[in-house]
Design a protein around this ligand. Structure first.
Ligand code: HEM
Length: 149
């Protein structure tokens, strides 16, 4: 039955940090990723206005939240304690195809800035998974949507 005993959280955290270090991902890279990506988001003709409407003068706070978020994903920094689902569910202007643009901008940003090919895959995999779960919460399963029956 020993296989069911969870490894100590500290061991797991150390493994996650070692994996990030091997990919060249550190706090400085998280800052570069977040600042470059949201610079591009703000400049995008379709996504920019959606963000500006909600974030307004609070970009410094949003960038801080997003650095905490990605640091928590990449090396279990434990600094992010927000709730992404309600934050996105209230965005009435967002449609599924906006996520396609978001993910393409994120991929391009990674390809332009990431310290290693492994880092591109690492962040992209997680972004795609989170984008899927946000879309499920926001729009439901496509096959259950009334207008598509
Ligand atoms: C079209 C796609 C997306 C749009 C338009 C969008 C827009 C936004 C906006 C406007 C906010 C600020 C909400 C507020 O301050 O009240 C926000 C917050 C956030 N977004 Fe997105 N987002 C998108 C996709 C994603 C994806 C794919 C991820 C993760 C991979 C993500 C992660 C987050 C996180 C962690 C927050 C902070 C939530 C909090 O704790 O307040 N977003 N997003």
């Amino acid at each position: 039955m020993t296989e069911f005993i969870a490894r100590p959280a500290e061991t797991r955290r150390a493994e996650i940090r070692a994996k990030a270090a091997a990919m060249g991902v550190d706090e400085a890279y998280i800052a570069t990723l977040v600042e470059t990506f949201y610079g591009r988001i703000r400049a995008h003709p379709l996504l920019g206005p959606i963000f500006e409407e909600v974030i307004g003068d609070n970009w410094a706070r949003h960038l801080g939240t997003m650095k905490d978020f990605w640091a928590s994903v990449a090396f279990n920094a434990g600094r992010y304690s927000g709730k992404p689902v309600p934050a996105h569910k209230k965005l009435a202007a967002v449609e599924p195809w906006h996520f396609t643009i978001w993910l393409a901008l994120f991929r391009q940003t990674l390809e332009d800035t990431a310290p290693s090919p492994a880092a591109v895959l690492f962040f992209m995999e997680r972004a795609e998974r989170i984008a899927q779960s946000l879309q499920l919460a926001m729009f439901g399963l496509p096959e259950l949507r009334r207008e598509e029956r």
